[in-house]
Design a protein around this ligand. Structure first.
Ligand code: NAG
Ligand code: NAG
Ligand code: NAG
Ligand code: NAG
Ligand code: NAG
Ligand code: NAG
Length: 444
């Protein structure tokens, strides 16, 4: 059912490229801007737990996100409208809808620019009609009044909810977007379908946890996500490198759409793992962990711990919106026990109050030896991250294992953005697989 919906949509979301001739070597390149104000580790953990706890109630509709905004550390810079208006969106691989806060303001020259999208200031904006086919793919507020006979312009209303009850409602619309390409040319793409949100509510999308964002760029696996819509024109592939945002100055991270990575680095340097599928959560990018090792010793974790059950619980999601990583509880307990056995550093006093189970005191030690964590994935690939990807430094001289437990039957394991740092991740939607490489971030 899902694939037929997808192919149907590929007919509807027909993109016209105005000034960009797509060649196989050209791709779209969007800067990902790290958010720095959540540097307090307790706040990051709280935001991540908020996102993860929302996952207990799986979404009923495939078009409702299963996630609340976590500590989602990366913003994408989107330009929409004619002339282009610049907006900062939370880049989220855990949801599908692209939406921005909209303001109906007519003459906003005195208003602070960039706080909302102003459709009245754009020549290319239009809302879908309620009887337009794309309208069927966004959740509608009830009751819907769509009368085709009267032919009155009834716009397509949408109401999109996140797992914690946060919602955005408004008009499902289309706009022209402006991008830079890999060869620094400017490209425009017509008819990006997005939610023009006139009302937002809930903790995820308002206030400090939204951190000044003007919307969300859903990069999920579903058909209306930014990457699915644009990917149709660019080989159904997107990739990103998340670089360490705690460095100063923070290195530039990019989201690229349509990059064929062999233009940049050799395919041989990539490891691939196939997507797993959860029909009850089609937005997420699931991968399959088969086993875990600590300092080269494979842990005796029952493989059923990693599976997706009939209720859609379990499995492992690659998520940009969560900072730390989460493992199903029986696996987490064994990983933690193995770390405790292998780590030869003194415990950091009082540090467990921060919410982590293992914190070590590394003050005065120039090169502390931390145990080596490896994930063995389906497709015979191995994710072997550096220790900095799974130890977080909440205070000078203190390092905590940035992994937490997820209770069985209450969600899934998560490879968060910290664990992904320094890797080029390529989401190959066409071949249903994820490629990753430690080589390739430098050249992007
Ligand atoms: C982190 O910030 C919160 C408030 O935002 C504060 O209550 C807490 O004490 C801070 N924690 C640390 C370790 O600085
Ligand atoms: C609209 O803004 C311009 C300044 O850009 C100002 O001169 C004009 O009076 C404004 N019009 C209204 C109706 O507020
Ligand atoms: C409504 O009318 C439009 C154009 O008149 C047509 O393309 C569309 O299929 C109709 N939709 C429904 C649900 O009848
Ligand atoms: C494109 O790149 C130029 C030069 O780096 C920059 O000034 C401009 O803002 C970029 N445009 C977009 C749409 O990102
Ligand atoms: C693994 O877990 C499954 C389901 O809980 C159980 O049926 C099976 O016996 C377990 N296997 C081992 C080797 O413990
Ligand atoms: C870490 O160890 C140093 C001495 O080596 C000590 O002064 C400091 O209080 C310790 N810090 C914590 C958080 O345990």
């Amino acid at each position: 059912m899902y694939s037929s919906l997808d192919s149907f949509l590929s007919l509807i979301f027909f993109f016209t490229i105005l000034s960009l001739t797509h060649s196989s070597t050209e791709y779209l390149k969007l800067p990902l801007i790290p958010r720095t104000t959540l540097s307090n580790v307790s706040n990051i953990l709280a935001a991540d737990l908020h996102r993860i706890s929302g996952l207990r109630t799986l979404p009923q509709s495939p078009l409702t996100s299963g996630a609340a905004m976590g500590s989602g550390q990366y913003f994408a810079d989107l330009r929409i409208g004619s002339p282009p208006q610049r907006l900062l969106l939370v880049a989220d691989t855990g949801s599908d809808l692209v939406w921005v806060k909209c303001s109906a303001c007519r003459n906003c020259s005195t208003k602070r620019p960039g706080s909302a999208f102003l459709p009245r200031h754009s020549r290319s904006f239009s809302s879908y009609h309620c009887y337009d086919s794309p309208c069927r793919f966004v959740p509608q507020p009830t009751p819907t009044h769509c009368n085709n006979r009267t032919k009155l312009h009834t716009p397509c209303r949408y109401e999109y909810s996140y797992a914690d009850g946060s919602t955005t409602t408004g008009f499902f619309s289309k706009e022209t977007t402006t991008f830079n390409t890999s060869s620094n040319k400017q490209g425009k793409i017509k008819n990006l379908a997005f939610g023009c949100g006139f009302k937002t509510s809930g903790p995820s999308v308002t206030g400090s946890s939204f951190n000044g964002a003007q919307g969300v760029m859903g990069l999920g696996r579903g058909p209306i996500s930014f990457t699915s819509q644009l990917g149709r024109k660019f080989g159904n592939t997107f990739s990103y490198c998340l670089l360490d945002y705690t460095l100063s100055p923070a290195p530039k991270s990019y989201l690229t759409i349509g990059a064929s990575s062999n233009d940049v680095i050799s395919r041989k340097l990539f490891s691939y793992t196939p997507f797993a599928t959860n029909p009850l959560s089609p937005s997420f990018y699931y991968i399959t962990i088969q086993s875990v090792s600590v300092d080269g010793i494979r842990l005796p974790i029952n493989t059923s711990v990693w599976g997706i059950d009939d209720n859609g619980n379990g499995g492992t999601v690659l998520d940009s919106g969560t900072t730390i990583s989460f493992l199903a509880e029986p696996a987490y307990r064994q990983v933690l026990a193995a770390f405790r056995r292998r780590v030869k550093l003194p415990a950091a006093e009082g540090a467990t109050a921060l919410g982590f189970d293992l914190c070590v005191n590394v003050s005065g030690i120039t090169r502390p030896r931390l145990p080596k964590l490896r994930f063995f994935l389906a497709g015979k690939s191995v994710l072997s991250p550096p220790a900095g990807n799974y130890f977080i430094e909440p205070a000078d001289g203190v390092k905590c294992l940035a992994v937490q437990a997820v209770r069985p039957g209450s969600g899934f394991s998560v490879i968060g953005n910290l664990m992904q740092q320094g890797y080029l991740f390529e989401f190959d939607l066409h071949r249903s697989r994820i490629g990753f490489s430690r080589h390739g971030c430098a050249v992007r």
